[in-house]
Design a protein around this ligand. Sequence first.
Ligand code: EPS
Length: 355
Amino acid sequence: MTLRLASAGESHGPALVAIVTGLPAGLMLDREAIDADLKRRQEGYGRSPRQRIEQDRVEVLAGLRHGRTLGTPLALVVRNRDHENWAWGMSPWPPDGEPSGKGTKRVTLPRPGHADLAGVLKYGHDDVRDALERASARHTAVHVAAGAVAKSLLATIGIEVSGAVVDEPGLQVRIDEARADRDTVGGVVEIRATGVPPGLGSYATKEDRLDVRLTAAVMGIQAVKGVEIGDGFGLAELRGSQAHDEIGPDRRRTTNRAGGIEAGISNGEEIVVRAAMKPLPTLMRPLASVDLETGEPGQALVERSDVAAVEALAVVAEAAVAWELAVVARDKFGGDAVVDFVAAHRAYLERIEWA
Ligand code: EPS
């Protein structure tokens, strides 16, 4: 049974939605745990005033009864509370009445670093808003909700995933300084997964490789420009004798430079994924751009924005890693009911004699 996720939603549209298929029946979901992850994503120093408007909560429209999955598609919704201020500008249907609220004026000044310019060229839009709304990181909210569902599934087989900003004592000061300069900053996050048995993912095809799946998922998050597994780029500077993790008599490693993945397969050690986030592209002191309507030089669109969202990235990347691990775990252990999934995992650990 393949676990799949499809999502839709614009930043200031009515809602963000996700459909999850391939979950086993009988998985208990905890609404508070999902909402706690949504809250964590909204917190963090340096976020935009938008976060005072949104209070993200998950709604479930299908696939769940009394907190237990039915083995049918799970439909998740996170509403955009800000939509009421954009009801005319972001109306899915031609709006009634005179233009009012936000998003009524055409945007023609693309921001360097955002989807704006390539987006309008590619899709033939004449309003940059038509590109930026979906490219916005707002829709990561519903992916965090799906990631929380994935974490519930992984918990049944003892896998835990957690993300954090890589220890940077000066981050708050860096954010304050950037805000004072009307600028933005990025940062680095690290995701760790414990309890992953050897044998998730495969060297058989490129698509099956766990490192391909994890790096693609994390690279797919807005503003991520680099992803590494384990010691990643640092390994290039070492000799083989220093770079690899030797195998002890218990088949465990004394080091974990590979970040828990060798040849595209988990090796039983902690999985470690790191991601670098670029400084966010919406600047209060805008960069040079061109007016797409007049062809005149101009300054990029200035919108309310985050100064930094690196703490949010830690939560979003945690969800992405959890999601991919859940996909490969579903591929390996299958099962229509969660008890079948758990039993297949137990039988596998017994076969490989892995405690
Ligand atoms: C974003 C721009 C800002 C952020 C948004 C991501 O949106 P707004 O223009 O409404 O202030 O706040 O992030 C979120 C809304 C969120 O919930 O994370 C962008 O351009 O990517």
